[in-house]
Design a protein. Structure first.
Length: 129
């Protein structure tokens, strides 16, 4: 009688091991996917804020483009963004366009492993009124 109870308990332990072996990889994949989506969204928002900040600074001051580009790169570095490039251009007297590009492979380790190099750009066009 005791042998049958032990046999049933051993069978249950085996089922739990199989469930863990199937579920654990799926949970890890979901966790990494959530981390990656959150990091990408955060980087896109930061790029957009950097681009809008640079455009507003151009219109509010007489500082040269190169100085503001350098300041924006320093700000990106202080935010922990690597591989960032900033381009500022004046389309006409009233419109300024800024482009902030960043390399995701340098800012997200999972992205670099799975996809290689991907560049994300944020464009911001501002019309002075």
């Amino acid at each position: 009688m005791f042998a049958k109870k032990r046999q049933k308990q051993n069978n249950r332990r085996g089922v739990a091991a199989v469930e863990a072996a199937v579920c654990l990889p799926l949970l890890i994949i979901v966790w990494f996917g959530t981390f990656e989506v959150t990091r990408r969204t955060s980087l896109q928002q930061q790029a957009q804020l950097l681009a809008s900040n640079a455009a507003h600074r151009i219109l509010e001051s007489t500082t040269e483009f190169e100085t503001i580009e350098a300041d924006t790169l320093v700000l990106a570095e202080s935010l922990g963004i690597e591989g960032c490039q900033v381009e500022i251009s004046r389309i006409d007297k009233e419109i300024v366009e800024t482009i902030v590009s960043m390399d995701f492979s340098q800012n997200s380790p999972i992205s670099s492993i799975l996809r290689g190099q991907q560049i994300q750009s944020a464009y911001y066009s501002y019309r002075e009124e």
